[in-house]
Design a protein around this ligand. Structure first.
Ligand code: DGL
Length: 365
């Protein structure tokens, strides 16, 4: 009897072992995720005597093929501030097309200069309509500098893009072992390696030696849930950002509108205050039909949107229809940084001129 149950146990153990081996064998032979690098330039490529190409960036990462099947292409090789808005549209169309044409493509890594990286990343966050990861990576030290961290950042970007946990999180920014959301991240220091920070909310996750770890999600609308279609946009309208500071002249706002701005974002003091003659400038812009969005220059916090309809009276006076229309076109950026509010406003204006609709977007994205 005892012998029979020992035999049964041995057989059971052998079966469990065989199954486990089969599972681990299946995992070992599953193809690695395919991740494509789209290189646009920036310090990460800016080697003395000649910029690194996409191919050279791929070769700079030892052990890359332990994580992914890499592909690459050169989109541009310039400083981030040299990318034009037309190139933004082109880049977004390219990424959308790649995902559409290749169901096997797990993710995309985009290299960018760090100066305006957060803007490019947020533009992609609002316009790449897939939930597969797009990871934007840069570096603070160039390849000719001792302590160049570009290859390490790039490898981390590939690991993040290859990780199924990165799906549906919107466009991600990876530098210095940290994962931040494109919507929230800001370059906070001109030189330091830990420059990319999400003030107020913190990182989404980290890239450690053993694995990629997430701690939270962005619950705002982005990527696959976006209503913006780059294939339907020929050109982005002009929207300018104007800083509030003591005694600021409103004629800068007037000049922007006279030069064709369809929208103005005010980087207001505190919770959106202006100074000097800026309120006259804002009224001029509103009277010309521009949308004015008020944000904060503080680096975090929100400027709350007005609730409900435009009031019939304001400051003890009954408003005329014209005054009410002007009032309606003055909107709030909520917690978006002014440079990102500008991107959302540009995209919003390609779809509608209705201020209530545009304010809705600022509350959803
Ligand atoms: N500071 C870099 C950037 O944001 C520019 C360096 C370069 O020339 O690539 O793009």
């Amino acid at each position: 009897m005892r012998l029979r149950s020992a035999l049964r146990l041995t057989l059971l153990a052998a079966a469990v072992l065989a199954t486990a081996t089969a599972v681990s064998f299946a995992q070992d032979t599953a193809p690695l995720p395919k991740v494509r690098l789209i290189a646009t330039g920036g310090t990460i490529s800016n080697r003395d005597g000649g910029r690194l190409t996409a191919e050279e960036l791929i070769k700079s990462m030892p052990g890359l093929d332990r994580y992914v099947r890499p592909e690459y292409e050169q989109f541009a090789n310039v400083a981030s501030g040299s990318l034009t808005l037309e190139q933004w549209l082109e880049l977004s169309r390219r990424i959308n097309q790649l995902f559409k044409d290749d169901a096997d493509l797990a993710g995309v890594v985009v290299t960018s200069g760090t100066d305006t990286l957060e803007e490019t990343a947020y533009f992609l966050d609002l316009t790449v309509k897939f939930d597969r990861p797009v990871v934007v990576v840069g570096s603070m030290r160039n390849p000719s500098t001792l302590g160049y961290e570009g290859a390490a950042n790039l490898l981390e970007g590939f690991r993040v893009a290859a990780d199924p946990a990165s799906r549906g999180k919107g466009v991600l920014v990876v530098l210095n072992d940290e994962i931040n959301a494109a919507r929230e991240v800001t370059k906070t220091d001109a030189l330091r390696l830990q420059t990319f920070q999400t003030r107020g909310y913190g990182v989404l996750g980290v890239v450690d030696r053993d694995r990629v770890v997430y701690y939270r999600d962005v619950i705002r609308r982005h990527t696959a849930a976006s209503e913006f279609d780059v294939f339907a946009i020929k050109e982005l309208p002009r929207v300018d950002v104007i800083l509030a500071y003591q005694g600021a002249p409103g004629d800068l706002i007037e000049s922007a509108v006279d030069h064709g701005a369809k929208g103005i974002v005010i980087a207001g003091a505190g919770a959106g205050a202006t100074s000097g003659t800026q309120s006259e400038g804002i009224n001029y812009a509103l009277d010309k039909g521009a949308i004015v969005v008020i944000g904060t220059r503080t680096g975090s916090g929100r400027v709350a949107a007005r609730r409900g309809p435009v009031p019939a009276r304001f400051g003890g006076q009954t408003l005329t229809d014209e005054q009410r229309a002007r009032f309606a076109r003055r909107l709030s950026a909520e917690d978006l940084a002014p440079v990102k509010a500008r991107i959302l406003l540009m995209l919003a204006l390609t779809k509608t001129q209705d201020p209530a609709e545009i304010q809705r977007m600022f509350e959803e994205y």
